[in-house]
Ligand binder design. Structure first.
Ligand code: GDP
Ligand code: MG
Length: 297
């Protein structure tokens, strides 16, 4: 009898959710950066273990939203938790039991889901902080298991996968066994570009950017041509992203192209176009284009 179910990663921004998803799946599906709020929508990673198909869901971090765009991200995070058979509550052990973690725990209790506690970034702290932190957290919420891991280095990740494989509900596989994700290739391309923008630009610039794939064409020679548009909120941001003599945008494109070729396993030609569009973060069409549901109110 096979098993199949959703395990959803929930946690504060920067807890390491996307790093863990990529480590577990063994491919870079979800973009990662040292900046908060890199992940904007739900990403599904599919992996096979023993007789189980583990459907791992990465969500945007949970925080207190302001813009329509921010609200849509936090809603996407909680929607991800709704479909979960098991919620993996990821806590950065260096930040510890913060107010955001407290908020998340309150909502999880209301949702009545099965929760596993995953303490992450154990490579950054002394081991004697782990037990008191576990005690403080498990006093506030009942959890089925506690794992102590380093998503970056991989410590403890195999144990977590084994336990998921054993504990997910019995049932048939929902996806073909060799699929890695349900993310369409065109969205993957836009995400890889956005990741480079997060890595290569600073302050408010990456937060003022949205990236959309305008066209995605398979070429006769087996390669693919992808045209991507980068919307920025201000003309100053456009100048920063393009850089002196187009140096910056070339570097962004080159890095994203290499990663895309690797993931799609074929040569990719990537063309980037930066456009100013003030107010995109309050435009329904822009949010829908990147897969966010627009929330009214
Ligand atoms: N040292 C260390 N850094 C980590 C670990 N896991 C994630 N990080 C870093 O924490 C930052 C945020 O990670 P990310 O996966 O984007 O967090 P998310 O916002 O929860 O998705 C990145 O710079 C990661 O490299 C870990 O186990 N150890
Ligand atoms: Mg993330």
């Amino acid at each position: 009898m096979t098993r199949c179910g959703f395990a959803t990663l929930v946690g504060a921004p920067n807890a390491g959710k996307s790093t863990l998803l990529n480590k577990m799946v063994g491919a870079k599906l979800s973009i990662v950066s040292p900046k908060a709020q890199t992940t904007r929508f739900r990403i599904l990673g599919i992996l096979m273990r023993k007789e189980s198909q583990i459907l791992l869901v990465d969500t945007p971090g949970i925080f207190r939203p302001r813009r329509m765009f921010d609200r849509a991200m936090v809603t996407a995070a909680w929607e991800g938790a709704k479909e979960a058979d098991i919620v993996l509550l990821l806590v950065d052990v260096r930040s510890g039991f913060t107010a955001v973690v407290r908020d998340i725990i309150e909502r999880l209790k209301q949702a009545g889901r099965r929760v596993w506690l995953v303490l992450n970034k154990i490579d950054l702290v002394r081991s004697d902080v782990l037990l008191p932190l576990t005690a403080a957290l498990t006093e506030k919420i009942k959890v089925e298991h506690v794992f102590m891991i380093s998503a970056r280095k991989g410590n403890g990740v195999e144990d977590l996968l084994d336990q998921l494989a054993d504990d997910l509900p019995k049932g048939p596989y929902l996806y073909p066994e060799d699929d890695l994700t349900d993310l369409p290739d065109r969205l993957l391309a836009a995400e890889l570009v956005r990741e480079q923008i997060f890595i290569q630009s600073h302050k408010e610039v990456p937060y003022g950017v949205t990236v959309e794939t305008e066209s995605y064409k398979e070429q006769g020679d087996g390669s693919v041509r992808v045209d991507v548009v980068i919307y920025v909120l201000r003309s100053g941001h456009k100048a920063i992203l393009i850089g002196a003599k187009g140096q910056k945008i070339r570097q962004i494109g080159e890095n994203a192209r290499k990663q895309l070729s690797r993931l799609l396993e074929r040569p990719c030609h990537l063309f980037l176009n930066v456009k100013e569009r003030s107010g995109w973060d309050n435009e329904h069409a822009r949010l829908q284009a990147i897969g966010l549901d627009v929330v009214s109110a």
